[in-house]
Structure formats: C-alpha cells, structure tokens
Design a protein around this ligand. Structure first.
Ligand code: GTP
Ligand code: MG
Length: 195
C-alpha cells in the first residue's frame, strides 16, 4: 500500500495552531531518537519528509502530515532525553499531553520502543496513559535491523512482558532502514482511518 500525496501540513506548539478540519489522526509517541520521524518517512516512502537526526531531541514541535486529505500522521517530540534541559522537557511533555488529551479526531496513539532495549519507566508510563485514555496498546519495536536474528524473539518477549501486553494488544517489529513491517503498519493505519 502506498501513501500517496503526503505533505507537511502544519507545525504546531499549541491547540490554536492545530489543523481545524477533523480528519482522523494517528500520533506517534516514544523516547527521543527511537525513530518516530524515520517511521513517518518510511510509511510515506519519502526520505526527507520528516526531519530526522542521530542527535536526540530533533522534533520539538507537533508536526501534522497530511496523507491525501484522508488522514494525518502526527509526529510528536520525544521524551526521556536527559540532555534536553528540564524546562524544555517539561514544555514538550505539556505540549504532548495537551495534544493527546484534547484531540477528539485522534483515532490511535502508536508507541515506539527500541527493539534493542528493555522499555524504560517512561515508556511504561506512556503506555499506561494510552490505556487510560481508552486506546488499545499498539507498540512498534523499531530498529529491528540492529538486532541479530537470534536476538529478535527474546527481545520482543522482553518488550511484551515489560509493557504488560496481552492478546488484545499489537506489537509490531519494524525497521525504517530495511522497511520491515512497513506494509503491515501501513495497512493497519489505513484500516483504522477508514472506519
Ligand atoms: P526525536 O525527534 O529526537 O524525538 O527522535 P525520533 O524518534 O524522531 O528519531 P529519528 O527518526 O530522528 O531517528 C533517530 C536516529 O535513529 C536517526 O539517526 C535515524 O536514522 C535512526 N533510525 C531510525 N529508525 C531506524 C531504523 O529502523 N534502523 C536504524 N538502523 N536506524 C534508525
Ligand atoms: Mg523526530
């Protein structure tokens, strides 16, 4: 499945700047540097649509990407990066929270975790927040290409248990680099937004 005609619609820091037509939105959350912006580029097959960086803290605003006027992918700042100042982290946290709580055309929050590591306390807190707001947990384990084949199953199991996932949840192995899981995620999002 191709996401044709993807474009950056608006960059926002507060609700008055959000797009006002209410097409379905899918938001991506996760630690700084986990690969949120890269995942959006991978989904849209556009290398430079969302700006990425090997330095964490790249995305500092809420970026709305329009997909052919049908739905939007929403890139949020990351959390949990110690080198971003406390004030800045708090500002981002507030910005993320405001968006997530007030946005009624938000159909799903998708959480990214690094496939190489045990999810952090921040990840657990984030996922519990997603549950509390009534979304089914959907977790994407990124950077799968950085794991050896022999590590994949045990790492995914660790993520599954650490985040207390169950059969009702989705855990999708993904690599923006190799496009692993891209087709499944693209279909999944398209279905969510077509309901
Ligand atoms: P912030 O905007 O800082 O919150 O980060 P982000 O979550 O948007 O991460 P970003 O997409 O900027 O990616 C961070 C770094 O990880 C970049 O150097 C990417 O090239 C790299 N990266 C992202 N996804 C993958 C992946 O699937 N595989 C590999 N090998 N590298 C990846
Ligand atoms: Mg980013």
């Amino acid at each position: 499945m191709e996401y044709i005609d993807a474009k950056l619609l608006i960059t926002a820091v507060k609700p008055s700047q959000y797009p006002d037509t209410l097409v379905p939105e899918i938001a991506f959350v996760g630690r700084s540097n986990v690969g949120k912006s890269s995942l959006i580029n991978c989904l849209t097959n556009r290398n430079k649509l969302a700006r990425t960086s090997s330095t964490p803290g790249k995305t500092a605003t809420i970026n709305f990407y329009d997909i052919a006027g049908r739905f939007r992918l929403v890139d949020l700042p990351g959390y949990g990066y110690a080198k971003v100042s406390k004030t800045e982290q708090e500002r981002w946290a507030k910005m993320i929270e405001t968006y997530l709580t007030d946005r009624y055309n938000l159909v799903q929050v998708i959480q990214l975790v690094d496939a190489r590591h045990k999810p952090t306390q921040d990840d657990i807190t984030m996922l519990n927040w997603i549950r509390r707001f009534g979304y089914t947990p959907v977790v994407v384990a990124t950077k799968l290409d950085k794991l050896k084949k022999s590590q994949i199953e045990s790492n995914l199991t660790l993520i599954y248990h650490t985040l207390a996932l169950d059969d009702s949840c989705f855990l999708l192995p993904f690599s923006a680099e190799k496009k692993t899981g891209r087709e499944d995620l693209a279909e999944f999002i398209d279905t969510l937004c077509s309901r």
